[in-house]
Design a protein around this ligand. Structure first.
Ligand SMILES: *Cc1c(COP(=O)(O)O)cnc(C)c1O
Length: 231
């Protein structure tokens, strides 16, 4: 694992320098779905500081096992409204807000525990029926409504693009997410709206993170390249 992680750091440095970005502006979210607690500890020892879980049930099972390790927990899967209460307890950042209903429930649950919950808006840029996320044209309206939720802080956008082996075919989705982020950011007046920042772009996985970095990714979600193939 050490070797794999070091290789990823190298590739991030190269990708960042090829487009004149600071390596520090890119964070690895180590995707730990199906990965047991011992291996998460190992990854932490190699410098991994953010983990991404996709299922609430699995996250709850692991949470206590690794509560002693100071990693930041991110939620990257589809979140059902009735699981919002668990999500706000465990996760520093929820990447997958895709409806007002979910935002509303997260706001209520975050308020209950006195937390400002950081979130990203997931956008379904490929308009795939099987994937979660809001459609691009609905994003401005959702962002607008998010400004009312006192216990939510919108940090940016996330995308899971259609699957292609060739990263060049994924690139248009990454650049589209960046453009959408830029346009939403410019539509928000920071002197009036304090809970929408729009700086983060969660995009890129094991097969295409370099392309995502070239297109502005700040959070890259990497599973297989760190932990090997999942069962
Ligand atoms: C599983 C998963 C990943 C990691 O994919 P790899 O190809 O293993 O790097 C990234 N993002 C999301 C949302 C995932 O569910």
């Amino acid at each position: 694992m050490k070797h794999r992680i070091n290789e990823i750091y190298d590739r991030i440095r190269k990708a960042a320098s090829s487009c004149n970005r600071e390596t520090e502006s890119i964070r690895i979210v180590a995707v730990t779905k199906t990965v047991p607690a011992e291996r998460i500890r190992e990854a932490f020892a190699e410098g991994i500081s953010v983990i991404g879980e996709s299922y609430i049930k699995e996250a709850r099972e692991k949470y206590d096992l690794i509560s002693g390790i100071p990693v930041s927990w991110h939620f990257i899967g589809h979140l059902q409204t009735n699981k919002a209460k668990y999500a706000v307890k465990m996760f520093d950042l929820i990447h997958s807000v895709d409806s007002i209903k979910l935002a509303e429930e997260l706001d209520i649950q975050a308020n209950k525990i006195g937390k400002i919950q950081k979130v990203l808006i997931q956008v379904n840029l490929g308009k795939e029926k099987t994937k979660s996320g809001i459609n691009e044209e609905d994003a401005p309206d959702l962002i607008n409504k998010m400004s009312c939720f006192k216990n939510l802080f919108v940090k940016g956008l996330m995308v899971i693009p259609p699957f292609y082996d060739d990263p060049e075919r994924v690139r248009p989705y990454f650049s589209a997410l960046r453009n959408l982020r830029d346009s939403l950011k410019s539509s928000v007046d920071p002197s009036l709206i304090k809970n929408i920042a729009m700086d983060e772009l969660s995009m890129g996985m094991s097969g295409d993170f370099e392309t995502a970095i070239e297109e502005g990714a700040t959070l890259i979600r990497i599973g297989t390249a760190i932990f090997g193939e999942r069962d």
